[in-house]
Design a protein around this ligand. Sequence first.
Ligand code: OAD
Length: 229
Amino acid sequence: MKHIVVLTGAGISAESGIKTFRDADGLWEGHDVMEVASPEGWAKDPELVLDFYNQRRRQLFEVQPNLAHRCLKDLEEDFKVSIITQNVDDLHERAGSNEVLHLHGELLKVRSCLNENLIYDWQDDLNFGDLAEDNAQLRPHIVWFGEAVPAIEEAISLVETADILLIIGTSMQVYPAAGLINYLPYGRPVYLIDPKRPQGTLPTQTHIIEATACEGMPHLIKLLRKKTE
Ligand code: OAD
């Protein structure tokens, strides 16, 4: 089976009702991204940050995977599919995808502020005073701006073995995620689904499908089937 590596961003969850980061004047659900997604924001106002992610976590229980998430699961019938997602939602998992690597953490996990390896599953609100077993405050298991991205090496290895790279709904502005494309072996096809072409240089062999994820995915599946016929 050919190996498709998929890089997803906020755009794939937009049609499920989760807002993207950069489509609304740089505001994310009404907040400056740095206020709620940086160690500085956490140091300045941890309660605001906890409240923000509590709202995001609650919202997760109100939304469902959409057609694009389900199409990625369907691709597993014909391809080995590895998903690298920048999203912190669990919509790929709920659609049934078997291999999902979260680059920027997960909303349904929390971790010790002092030990990044003390990670717990978490479905409820997280409050100030909720402690890990090392007695440190628990924080959202989210990779904030300025923090290392522990999963990046694994993501690079996946892209290095890809026969096809598929990019869906990311503005490709956040590194190191945006740099993953540089690890794709020379000449391998790239498909990109986004209603707006991302900034930056794309390989010449990029096939751009200018559409939303739910419009573009069925189209892509048809294209890939034609190629393998
Ligand atoms: P962005 O908000 O930067 O980009 C969203 C992309 O989705 C844009 O290119 C939109 O054109 C596209 N888009 C919008 N609606 C769409 C739809 N219905 N279907 C397909 N595409 C659509 O989000 P990301 O690139 O994911 O990091 O942002 C990367 C990282 O920046 C996030 O993981 C997050 C953020 O700060 C952290 O929280 C650490």
